[in-house]
Design a protein around this ligand. Structure first.
Ligand code: HPA
Length: 270
């Protein structure tokens, strides 16, 4: 794994991806942030050595390097999900590469279902904490030890300072930004009514199929991170509607300008 990381870093540096400061992972339906970036380099995931081979989901998987709000940003336009059949180590591989390339802060977005029914569809939630229900860790084995202590402290997985800034930016821009606990499941199936009840009981405010592996890997290599969910559906077990994927994508897209404001204003302060 270490050899692969070094190989990938060397390749990206040879393509002039040098000194990125901020890393961004763009989730489902949240690709428009790239329109604000002055892009210098764009590489398909398929062309990057050791990046896992793309699946159908990944026709748009691209690594972008450029400038946003005066800062050098490295952006994953599309992420790897467990439900596509990748291992946890494959899912977090790009995060390890980001760190090695010099990325100092990581911003993550995703789409999630609202377990907390006071959080309305289409609104945003800042992750304050998470529950890992994906049944594994990207820190297994002996090789990860060379990247950092695998017994990573998770008392504050999301960077407090950046979270405070995001909350302030939300107030200044009249954006409703809830705060809560994100539960990560494997998917790709949605949850049953009983599972939604269970998620509520264990303290989740939102549920989705990503982000937690990346956050664990980021904490492992001491890369401060934040994450925001777009809440695309209401997970009400007493009135559960069949899932509507086009509606989820449309809601994510509609919430995008708010996400872009939060991320770009945050980057300005970093
Ligand atoms: N469950 C899991 N993942 C999701 C959901 C959901 O309800 N909505 C968007 N991503």
């Amino acid at each position: 794994m270490i050899t692969q990381i070094n190989e990938t870093v060397e390749f990206l540096e040879s393509k002039n991806i040098l000194n990125p400061v901020i890393g961004i992972v763009l989730g489902t339906g949240l690709g428009k942030l790239v329109e604000k970036i002055d892009i210098e380099i764009s590489i398909d995931y398929d062309e990057i050595p050791n990046f896992p081979e793309s699946t159908m989901e990944f026709h748009h998987g691209k690594l972008l390097f450029g400038t946003l709000e005066g800062k050098k940003v490295l952006v994953m336009q599309g992420r790897y999900h467990l439900y596509e059949g990748y291992s946890l180590n494959q899912v977090v591989f790009p995060i390890r590469v980001f760190k090695k390339l010099g990325v100092q802060k990581l911003l993550i977005s995703n789409a999630a279902g609202a377990i907390n029914l006071n959080y309305e569809k289409g609104s945003l939630m800042l992750l304050d904490d998470h529950i890992n229900l994906q049944g594994g860790s990207p820190l297994l084995g002996t090789e990860v030890k060379t990247l950092g202590n695998p017994f990573v402290d998770m008392s504050a997985p999301y960077n407090k300072e950046m979270n405070e800034k995001l909350k302030q930016i939300a107030v200044e821009n009249d954006i409703t930004l809830h705060e809560g606990v994100y539960a990560a499941v494997i998917g790709p199936h949605l949850e049953t009514r009983a599972e939604y009840r269970y998620l509520k009981v264990i303290g989740a405010d939102a549920v989705g199929m990503s982000t937690v592996p990346e956050v664990i890997a980021a904490n492992h290599v001491e890369l401060p991170c934040v994450a925001i969910s777009v809440l695309t559906d209401s997970c009400d077990p007493d009135n559960l509607q069949p899932i509507n994927i086009p509606e989820i994508l449309a809601l994510a897209e509609k919430a995008e300008p708010k996400m872009i404001t939060l991320f770009s204003q945050l980057i300005k302060t970093l």
